[in-house]
Design a protein around this ligand. Structure first.
Ligand SMILES: CC(C)(COP(=O)(O)OP(=O)(O)OC[C@H]1O[C@@H](n2cnc3c(N)ncnc32)[C@H](O)[C@@H]1OP(=O)(O)O)[C@@H](O)C(=O)NCCC(=O)NCCS
Length: 181
């Protein structure tokens, strides 16, 4: 794993902040005229990647999108605004938080429609994980998200270990003919 030449070793959350606004068009909606969940996840992935790129300054890939709350629907014709920033950087991975608002273009009313956490991994042109700069939180909110990111990483690691264990058990049962492979 290599560090990037000429890159600062520490970055601020502010330097990673990213934003995207889209108008919700008919192709983005379901038959009720609500923004499709999958389309929203695509917007979330894109806005999350922008923050990760600004932190890593190298290629990044999405490793996990592990927690999305769809709080209320966004409707056809609304403006949807997404804001992201890196919550914490680890060795090659970064947790990014994304928050989404919808704006009714006629009334101007703005509502929080979704929030998500994603993990991006910095990679080189061959897809090999690369070390990322450290992230320094500065404000009380940034410290809260920084601490939360460590707890969520521990949960992710435990879930990954459980999935691995379940796979091994399934393989062993299949080998012994107790279940269908
Ligand atoms: C993400 C990926 C690069 C990790 O590669 P890997 O060989 O498993 O790398 P490692 O085991 O060394 O892990 C590298 C980092 O990724 C993190 N990681 C790997 N899998 C993860 C997962 N499922 N969830 C969260 N983090 C994960 C590890 O915790 C580690 O973080 P750290 O360096 O900060 O400690 C690889 O699995 C991959 O390329 N996946 C496909 C990505 C993709 O196609 N995304 C969609 C399109 S962008």
């Amino acid at each position: 794993m290599n560090g990037q030449e000429n890159s600062p070793t520490v970055r601020t959350v502010a330097s990673t902040q990213s934003e995207m606004t889209e108008i919700i068009l008919p192709n983005d909606t379901n038959t009720l005229g609500n923004l499709l969940g999958g389309r929203l996840m695509h917007f979330i992935d894109m806005t999350g990647a922008m923050a990760a790129y600004r932190h890593a300054r190298t290629y990044v890939v999405t490793a996990a999108m592990d927690h999305i709350d769809f709080i209320r629907p966004a409707r056809l014709g609304h403006l949807v605004t997404l804001k992201s920033s890196v919550n914490r950087a680890f060795t090659s991975s970064m947790e990014v938080g994304v928050k989404v608002w919808a704006e009714n273009t006629r009334t101007g009313a703005v509502s929080h429609v979704a929030s998500a956490y994603l993990v991006f991994v910095a990679v080189d042109e061959h897809g090999r994980a690369q070390k990322v700069p450290e992230l320094t939180p500065e404000t009380p909110d940034e410290f809260r998200r920084y601490e939360g990111a460590l707890r969520r990483r521990e949960v992710r690691d435990r879930e990954k270990a459980h999935r691995k264990e379940a796979k091994l058990i399934t393989a062993a049962l299949a080998d012994s003919g107790l279940i269908e492979p």
